[in-house]
Design a protein around this ligand. Structure first.
Ligand code: BTN
Length: 268
């Protein structure tokens, strides 16, 4: 089932009195993946700002080829389509601003401010509250579309399964507040729009990378970086102006643009 809110006036107007960027929201009871749906829509020419949100995904996608599973109605499962005028090297900033906006929206509605684990995890302590998956559709000469998917655990039916409860958390468990999906989505979309507009100039890009740096829980941590062809350890040292992680490996700083980061806990 899909229904659209386009033109129903439910979303606030955008900056300067124009239409809100994320005015066309397509809602699904069940779909394979909201990211897959928007990438296909992008290939068919859908405009920037299209949003997809689902109660349930049958084949939700996580980073690094993993799956993202959540019981129906338990989570915010949403994706947004960007057609950014950014260099390929700057595209990670879309993950950065989406993470900042999602964390701020969680705080606004629940009072709990999640930490941001590089590159894309919303954390409460050592447990994962949500994740962000950016997927690009690369045209022959340029990036033509980027879909950013956001999954946030809101309220689980019953207790979190034992195999998840040490690594995952819901917003209800973390805050004691039952946060509804639609107000959270509304808040995230408004905040992402403000931040996205600021990516248009170099100062806005640098300021948001700096803000992410101040809130990134990976800095100062002993980390193991797991990449497709290599694993190494070091200390999370810095975030550059494009949102990439710099890891202190002793002799130098190594820039990490992709891969999995494991926070290593010191052995007591
Ligand atoms: C991660 O691995 O941490 C990223 C998870 C991203 C999950 C979201 S849920 C909505 C959107 N649609 C998908 O298929 N994946 C993303």
């Amino acid at each position: 089932m899909v229904s659209s809110m386009a033109g129903d006036g439910a979303r606030p107007r955008g900056l300067g009195g124009g239409e809100a960027l994320f005015g066309d929201i397509r809602r699904f009871d069940s779909i394979d993946s909201t990211n897959r749906y928007l990438l296909d829509e992008a290939r068919r020419g859908a405009p920037e700002g299209l949003v997809a949100v689902a109660d349930h995904q049958g084949a939700g996608r996580g980073r690094l080829g993993r799956t993202w599973e959540a019981p129906a109605g338990s989570s915010l499962l949403a994706s947004v389509l960007f057609r950014p005028e950014l260099d390929a090297s700057q595209l990670h900033l879309l993950t950065v601003i989406s993470g900042l906006a999602a964390a701020d929206a969680c705080f606004e509605l629940s009072g709990v401010m999640p930490g941001l684990k590089w590159p894309n995890d919303l954390m409460v302590g050592h447990r994962k509250l949500g994740g962000i998956l950016a997927e690009a559709d690369l045209a022959p000469s340029a990036v033509s579309a980027v879909v950013v998917g956001i999954g946030i655990n809101l309220s689980w039916p019953g207790e979190l399964p034992a195999d998840l409860s040490s690594t995952a958390v819901t917003l209800e468990e973390a805050s004691g507040v039952v946060v509804k999906r639609d107000p959270l989505l509304d808040s995230i979309l408004s905040l992402v729009e403000l931040r996205y507009r600021r990516l248009g100039d170099p100062w806005g890009r640098a300021a948001q990378a700096t803000e992410y740096k101040a809130r990134c829980t990976t800095l100062g941590q002993a980390v193991r970086i797991e990449m497709a062809d290599e694993t190494f350890t070091g200390t999370g040292a810095d975030i550059d102006n494009e949102g990439h992680l710099l890891v202190d490996v002793g002799m130098c700083l190594r820039k990490v643009t992709a891969g999995d980061v494991v926070h290593l806990r010191p052995i007591a």
